[in-house]
Design a protein around this ligand. Structure first.
Ligand SMILES: [Zn+2]
Length: 276
């Protein structure tokens, strides 16, 4: 597997502790944080995309999966223009990201998060082709007009740019919530997305793949949904049946997934949208 560092300069800068190393070695430690470089015996909490918390930087498993997808799939260069919408992590994370690249964090609902730059993703106040990368963790489900948002993401990316999109993927097909649904920061959920989001991204003009772990790709190829214990909010069997192996790109081996806490595998999907 390729191990590509985003932080050749940051590694040499002691001011950036604890965000200075990537867990490329250290076979003796069984858990490793790709964001801050922490290594230890285990993450805090339990095996779940919203848990497995890093005791050093506070990342949960889905934060690390998004970052891992980023460093695996986007070649680093100085001055990479990155917008992250509503990052879950706080000022330390944002400061370090800004030290590594031309990074900005935004949020639409200033009450729900802490960032300074307010952006409505349905009407992004940025020029055409001005970004190399957009990271959008758990934002799209809170926006009413998905097609409009995808068109805007496409517009502000430069040709060859990449949007990495995470949403709660609990069920095979997209539907509006039956009952009003809120996430813990009290933002309304407009959509419960399904695997069909891939096709909608393609219709917006993106070359689209689902970035997953090797375990999930193998299960999709075999039609194997036999997890011992499925978290009740997930239709893991329905997800496996709805996914097509040709849409999946593996970004983490079993060993990497175990060390970084990307388990169980049905909880870890990041959409990669490349603008041609
Ligand atoms: Zn960490």
């Amino acid at each position: 597997m390729i191990t590509r560092s985003l932080l050749p300069a940051a590694r040499r800068d002691p001011r950036l502790q604890p965000w200075t190393t990537l867990p490329t070695g250290g076979a003796l430690s069984s858990a490793a944080c790709v964001i801050c470089g922490w290594r230890g015996s285990r993450f805090e909490g339990f095996a779940h995309c919203e848990s497995a918390r890093c005791p050093s930087c506070g990342s949960i498993a889905r934060d690390r999966f998004l970052y891992h997808c980023f460093v695996q799939r986007v070649p680093w260069r100085p001055g990479l223009a990155v917008l992250e919408t509503s990052p879950r992590l706080g000022e330390d994370y944002r400061d370090v990201m800004a030290s590594r690249m031309a990074y900005r964090a935004s949020d639409f609902d200033q009450a729900g998060h802490r960032t300074g730059l307010a952006i409505d993703l349905q009407h992004i106040d940025l020029p055409d082709g001005s970004l190399d990368v957009i990271l959008t963790p758990h934002v799209l489900e809170h926006i009413p007009d998905t097609a409009r948002t995808l068109a805007e993401l496409h517009r502000v990316l430069r040709p060859g740019g990449t949007a990495l999109v995470q949403v709660p993927l609990l069920q095979p097909a997209t539907a509006a919530p039956v009952e009003p649904e809120y996430h813990e920061d009290r933002t309304l959920v407009h959509w419960r997305f399904g695997v069909d989001l891939t096709e909608r991204m393609r219709r917006a003009g993106f070359g689209t793949s689902m970035l997953v772990t090797d375990d999930l790709a193998r299960r999709v190829a075999r039609g194997d949904d036999s997890w011992d214990d499925v978290s009740p909010e997930f239709d893991a069997g329905g997800l496996v049946q709805a996914m097509h192996r040709r849409d999946l790109v593996v970004v983490a081996s079993d060993r990497v997934a175990r060390r970084m806490g990307f388990e169980p595998s049905y909880m870890f999907v990041t959409w990669e949208c490349r603008k041609p």
